[in-house]
Design a protein around this ligand. Structure first.
Ligand code: HSE
Length: 304
């Protein structure tokens, strides 16, 4: 029996706990052992949760329990999440995270601690939500020189743009809907100003080119200045407005990365990626174009 702890019980943490419960048998048959959620760390109370007896408020309970092999961090941000991640790695536990802000900013340091302690720091879900993307890019496409990456990397803004195009919704109403569905960050500024997509393009660039691309060096333009008129004019000319994270290898070997709204022609597969879905197009010199598509934010669509 593998014992894990989940830190945080918001959209992501509660979704993961539910996946572990609903898919318990199929996970066990694939791994060859059961996975038990031994603890959930949160300062709030959840008396109606099927995990009600597993909640703890003190991280040191997890840190000091040798039975816990894997800690999943779904706290978000870089303060508490960074401290607990460091302490979990130093205690010899594997850490799995979807925290793009932490990975984009401090991933190098945390990976160094993990290597020193001979454990894993895994962050597949930090980019593209449910899409298996980072491992395919880093491992399966290792035979390629990556030339370009272009992706719809933020579910909230893609949802907003889709509602504007399909329903004529205003930016503000569409944002409210995205927040209600649990897609947006705690502070949606990071979504609408392109900062969340910026962190994700940094992570993709670091893996694709092995060079540190820091969020501070990436120009990020979001969609808050767009209105209904802009998306309508684009649509009438055969384009869809999409917020893309874009990175490419330049002739001098340097990497250029930025986030901005793009006019995507309707002939491009990226133009049909709607709602909370994400997609990432990767061009390598051996594979040519490869595209990954899937649900980019929110809770898993399991029966609850
Ligand atoms: N706020 C993020 C998004 C969550 O909308 O894509 C997933 O990273």
């Amino acid at each position: 029996m593998a014992k894990i702890a989940i830190m945080g019980h918001g959209t992501l943490g509660s979704g993961l706990a539910e996946v572990a419960r609903v898919n318990r048998e199929s996970i066990a048959s694939k791994l060859g052992e059961e996975v038990e959620v031994k603890y959930i760390l949160d300062i709030r109370e959840f008396p109606d949760s099927p995990y009600a007896d597993r909640f703890v408020k003190d991280f040191s309970v997890i840190e000091n329990d040798p039975e816990v092999e894997v800690v999943v961090e779904t706290i978000g941000g870089t303060k508490v999440a960074q401290e607990f991640t460091r302490r979990a790695l130093l205690a010899g536990k594997h850490v799995v995270t979807a925290n793009k802000e932490l990975v984009a900013t401090y991933g190098k340091d945390l990976l160094a601690i993990a290597a020193e302690k001979n454990v894993n720091y895994l962050f597949e879900a930090s980019v593209g939500g449910a899409i298996p993307l980072l491992r395919p890019l880093f491992q399966c496409m290792a035979g390629n020189q990556i030339e370009e990456i272009a992706g719809i990397l933020n579910g909230t803004t893609n949802y907003i743009l889709t509602r504007m195009v399909q329903d004529g919704a205003s930016f503000a109403d569409a944002l409210k809907e995205a927040q209600a569905k649990g897609y947006a960050e705690a502070d949606p500024t990071a979504d609408v100003e392109g900062i969340d997509a910026g962190r994700k393009i940094c992570i993709l660039s670091n893996l694709a080119w092995g060079k540190e691309v820091a969020p501070a060096n990436v120009r990020m333009v979001g969609i808050s200045a767009l209105d209904l008129k802009d998306v309508d004019i684009a649509a009438s000319a055969g384009y869809r407005v999409k917020l893309l994270g874009h990175a490419m290898r330049m002739a001098d070997g340097k990497v250029a990365a930025y986030v901005a709204p793009h006019l995507v022609p309707e002939s491009s597969p990226l133009s049909t990626v709607d709602d909370v879905f994400n997609a990432c197009l990767i061009r390598g010199n051996a594979a040519d174009e490869v595209m990954f598509y899937g649900r980019g934010a929110g809770s898993p669509p399991l029966p609850r």
